[in-house]
Structures are given as C-alpha cells and as structure tokens.
Design a protein around this ligand. Sequence first.
Ligand code: NIG
Ligand code: FE
Length: 419
Amino acid sequence: MSQLVFVKNAAQLITMKGHSDKPAKKDDMSQLNVIENGSLLAKDGKILAAAKHEAIVQDYQELIAEAEHIDATNKIVTPGLIDPHTHLVHAGTRESEYAMRLKGKSYMEIMNAGGGIHATTKATKQASFDQLYEESKQRLDTFLEYGVTTVEAKSGYGLSLEHELKQLEVAKKLNEDHPVDIVSTFMGAHAVPVDERDTPDTFVDRVVNEMIPEVARKGLATFNDVFCERGVFTPEQSRRILNAGKAHGLIPKIHADEIEPYGGAELATEVGAISADHLLKASDEGIKQMAERGVIGVLLPGTAFFLMAEFAQARKMIDNGVPVALSTDANPGSSPTLSLQFIMNLGCLKMGMTPEEVLTATTINAAHAIGCPDSVGSLEAGKKADIAIFNVPNYLMLSYKYGMNHIDTVVKGGNPVVL
Ligand code: NIG
Ligand code: FE
C-alpha cells in the first residue's frame, strides 16, 4: 500500500518553485512562490502536488481520503531547511577557548598555541567510531528538531588518512541510519598538524597523494574543501589540493577570506568551486568574479557573531549577482550552534538580507551549494517530501521572533517525524 501524507490549509505554502535549474540571484532571491491557503500531497516519500487547497482537493479526492492529514491552519509550510556547511562529526566542545576569547585572545592566537582545530582534532582522534557516531547523532537530532532535513558534513578533525576516514565513515553510517540526509565533504586540509608545522608542504603532499585518492576510491565524499587562510593553507597550497580533488572527481569548496582578505574568492572562481564559504573579508574583485562565474557564496553569520567579527557583505554580494546561501558552520570553535533559524535572523539583522532572501538562502540555494537541487530545496512535484511546518502565520515571523524554535512538525521523505 502506498504511503500518503496530506499537509493542508497552510496560511502560506512557500514552494520556492522555479529555481531548481540554477541558483537564485539578485531579485530572483525574493521570488518565493507563496501559495496562500496551500496544501501539499505526498506519496511514497515524494511530492505529488503542491497547490491551492481547493485545487488539490478537487484533483486528488480519493488519495486524500486515504492519506494521513496534517493540519497547517495558521502555520507556514516551507521546504525542509538545508544546511550546506557543517562540521557535524567531531568530539567534544571548546567552551574554555570561548572564555579566553571573551578576555581578548583571538581565534588564530588560540589555534597557533595548539588549541582551536588542533584541540578538536586531538579529541576526535581519541574518540571511538561509536562515540563519534553518538555525539554527531545528537547534533543531527537537534538539526531536525529545528527544521533541517539535509546537511553537508565535513571531515577535517582527523588530519590523517585513518582518522579522516573514520569521520567520513561516521557520516556515511549516520546518513544511512538517520532521517536527516548527509552530503559529505573531505576536508583533510583543515589545518597542518602541530607536529608538522615546519614542513607544511609534506602534509599537503599527503593530502594530495594519499588521502584524496583513498577518500575518492571509497566514495566517501562528494566535495573537497580547504581552509585557505594566512597561517593555515596558502592560496598556492589550496589550489594544489583543490585541483587534486578535481582530478579524483571531488568538487571544490573553499573556506575563503574568513579572517583576512587572502584571494580565496578569486581562487574559488579560478578552480571552478561550487561555493566559496565565509567571505567575511572577500575583496570586491573576488565578489565580482564569483558573480560572473556563478560561484555560490555560502555565508556563515553565526561565525562572525561568535567570533565578534565583521559580517560578510551579503547585501553587496546579492546586489552584484552572487547567489547566496546561508549555513550554521556548526562546529565547536567558531560557531557552536545548530539553529539555522537563528542564522536566518542574523542574515536579516546583521547582513542586510530580506526575509525572502534568507528563505531562499536556506532552501533552494543551499541545495544548489551541495549539488542536490533536483531532489530537495523546493516543494515541487517529483521532489522528496522534505517539509518544515512552522508555527507562525506568515514567513516574516520566522526571522522576526528571534532566537526561538518555531518548528511545529517536520516531514522527512514523506514521514512525519516524531520530535
Ligand atoms: O569554518 N575556519 C575553519 N574551520 C571552521 C572552524 C573549525 C574549528 O574552530 O573547529 C570554520 O569556522
Ligand atoms: Fe567551516
């Protein structure tokens, strides 16, 4: 028997229709395609129809009679949110570094003293597969509770073949076991291990010659990412790593211009990255190039907020034609949040984005940033029935009442999730 779910009478059914072919940019980021008093019918995990309530009732009477009904009266319905940049799989927390930063130490100072990414790498190396799985699963549960149905997850706290593979295997198993879908990124070039600091190019050699080929051979990642930042990996090293990934079928992503302007946005364009992420200090030239080549800017305002830094220039990027997506950057050092709803709020209040733009940036543009716009990111016939139902009467409320979880119900692959 087929499984039928009928989400009915939404005050606003936000479909995001019409952006699946290419990421939305400029004014298109405001085209949400909202249906008032909208309903949606899903069958066997896929969307059958999303339209005005009366129209669906007329066309699908018999199926509706058999379906499980979810009443969305006075609520809004959106595509399940998508988080396109997380460091989901890691062990432990770094609240003591937070306390140090509050007293004036910088993120980079802490990292250079062997803390930061190195501290989490140590904890992650020591953790067993099961421990990592358990910690990461709890984070995924929270993502889901906050309306996120797909996340990208990076490795990068192993910094050796064995432990990078462990992280990616955890992500793979969670993807199989957990309702939230995971798209994996290899990020062996997240930092140069402390004991190899004097010979960074030897480490880069290992990333290129040992890690990337094995990760690709095992099919454990879709993307390849690098932390291109002064004192971490230079643009030259980053170029080498991203091109090596490409040669093995891994699509480039890049942590670009986070702390200093460093040519990261320009490098993203040069290597044909699907996205450049962070961009707090991206140059005007980098922004221009990204717009010309359609490189998605994945902006992470939670990181700027938590590092007490200047925010990325979202307004400038959007006005100049860069397709923008938003993400939590969930990680224990620079953004320990799992709330994409709060990120939407920051997008509006701290980066000059509109409520319409932040919705686009956390649904269809986020789907584009992780290569799955054909299956998720909008409520259109044939796509996965990944649906977020928020207990607010209009979408403005989502980013207006801030710091709260507005989720009422999440439907994942056609299954109402028990939260
Ligand atoms: O995206 N910038 C580099 N990587 C992460 C932070 C990782 C960490 O501090 O553990 C980021 O901000
Ligand atoms: Fe990151």
